[in-house]
Ligand binder design. Structure first.
Ligand SMILES: *Cc1c(COP(=O)(O)O)cnc(C)c1O
Length: 429
């Protein structure tokens, strides 16, 4: 891909270009890559220029162990109001009584939940990783599966959906301290009320991990876990379109346990520049235009799913209710990894992924996972989804036929459409 008119990185990051040209060049190349490719990884997004600016400020120079009004360092005149603003906005956007905005990312946020409500060796329950769950929901290779006894539920082979009767039976048999709902490859709505009933029956704390769908919930495009879940864990950088970070939310009764677990239980000083950027993202998420965004993400995913089904693709659960689509490429006779790498050469960035009951290995699985948060942030609409499905179809066919010319041709078409829809936060010229 050539961008003859792209300015050099020195124009965007002059101090960095002067101090460290090698690094500045890499950042410039990444800016051009993000601008010129179709990014379909469902956990990624483009943050606004305002969020980017907030996360690159001198707030990062400040140490603030503790919480607003109760810090272990002086000089918090500006940091305390920044964190209070982020907390107040989180409470307003999600309608919760308590919010902690300090977790460094989604995984440490979840670890803090274990620390708050369980003891090492306790039984915890979550969705199995190969079924669409997250590592931190008690999967074996994760600290959460090593230090706790993880029991795992999945989806039904015939429907691709969580079987809530199976979840109830397992919960009543195993009596876990924590039950996690939510995951990383779930194309369908989560029934928080049903999970809450099961957790209540089993005497477990229900943790709704909304890392992927927080923006959809904030924008009213997915049901909220409030008031059903005891604890809500989320990243801030996926559909919520904020900086890399996380939040824990809960009713007031759990506020102390959660705050103590995050600090001093697990972390030291909060990343204040991230806290500020979270506050900006939440401000953006409270606007009517963000509701439009969240609904457009879902409408685009549904349109893309329909267009893929029409081209003979096999989608886990038969489609999507949210931002995410999980394709099983077995009928296309191409392994997920081969397809993902070919699509990357075609300027379409996806990730290979296991599908439920995958006969192949996790490092070489049958599926590809895609999503619409990033392309929707660029202003692509349902009318573009047939084109996107066509590129994917041609890309997968080219992967099977090992046709590099076809991939190169797609790449040029992708770059053309992307240049007509500049991404937020990226240099436009
Ligand atoms: C992304 C994700 C996480 C972890 O977030 P990191 O910031 O990558 O640590 C946790 N849970 C779920 C469901 C996720 O999708």
């Amino acid at each position: 891909m050539t961008h003859p008119s792209s300015p050099s990185p020195s124009e965007h990051h002059p101090a960095l270009a002067a101090e460290d040209p090698e690094l500045a060049a890499l950042i410039g190349a990444e800016e051009r890559l993000q601008a010129g490719t179709l990014r379909l990884i469902p956990s990624e997004n483009y943050v606004s220029a305002a969020v980017l600016e907030a996360s690159g400020t001198v707030l990062q120079n400040k140490y603030s162990e503790g919480y607003p009004g109760r810090r272990y360092y002086e000089g918090q005149q500006n940091i305390d109001p920044v964190e209070r603003l982020a907390v107040a906005r989180a409470k307003a956007v999600f309608g919760v009584e308590h919010a902690n905005v300090q977790p460094y990312s989604g995984s440490p946020a979840n670890l803090a939940v274990y620390l708050a409500f369980a003891e090492p060796g306790d039984t915890v329950m979550g969705m199995a990783l190969p079924m669409g769950g997250h590592l931190t929901h008690g999967w074996g290779v994760s600290a959460t599966g090593k230090w706790f006894r993880g029991v795992q539920y999945g989806v039904r082979q015939d429907t691709g959906l969580v079987d809530l009767d199976e979840v109830r039976d397992l919960a009543l048999k195993e009596r876990p301290k924590l039950i996690f709902c939510g995951g990383t490859a779930l194309p369908r709505t989560i029934d928080f009320a049903a999970f809450a009933e099961i957790a209540h029956e089993a005497g477990a704390v229900l943790v709704a991990d909304i890392a992927h769908i927080a923006g959809l919930i904030a924008g009213g495009a997915h049901p909220s876990p409030v008031p059903h879940a005891d604890v809500i864990s989320t990243t801030t950088h996926k559909t919520l379109r904020g900086p890399r970070g996380a939040m824990l939310m809960a009713r007031e009764e759990h506020a102390k346990a959660i705050d103590k677990a995050v600090f001093p239980g697990l972390q030291g000083g909060p990343h204040n520049q991230t806290t500020a950027a979270i506050a900006v993202a939440l401000h953006e998420a409270s606007r009517p235009s963000f509701r439009d965004y969240a609904h457009a993400v879902v409408a685009n995913a549904k349109a893309l799913a329909d267009a893929l089904l029409a081209r003979g693709f096999d989608l886990v659960s038969g489609g999507t209710d949210n931002h995410l689509i999980l394709m099983d490429l077995t009928p296309k006779d191409v392994p997920g990894k081969v397809a993902a790498k070919a699509l990357d050469r075609a300027g379409i960035v996806v990730n290979y992924n296991t599908v439920p009951f995958d006969p192949r290995k996790p490092f070489d699985p049958s599926g590809v996972r895609i999503g619409t948060p990033s392309l929707t942030s660029r202003g692509l609409g349902a009318e573009h989804m047939a084109t996107v499905a066509d590129w994917i179809d041609r890309g997968v066919a080219a992967a099977r036929a090992e046709d590099e010319d076809a991939l190169t041709k797609i790449r040029a078409e992708v770059a053309d459409l992307m240049s007509a829809h500049p991404a937020p936060g990226l240099p436009t010229d």
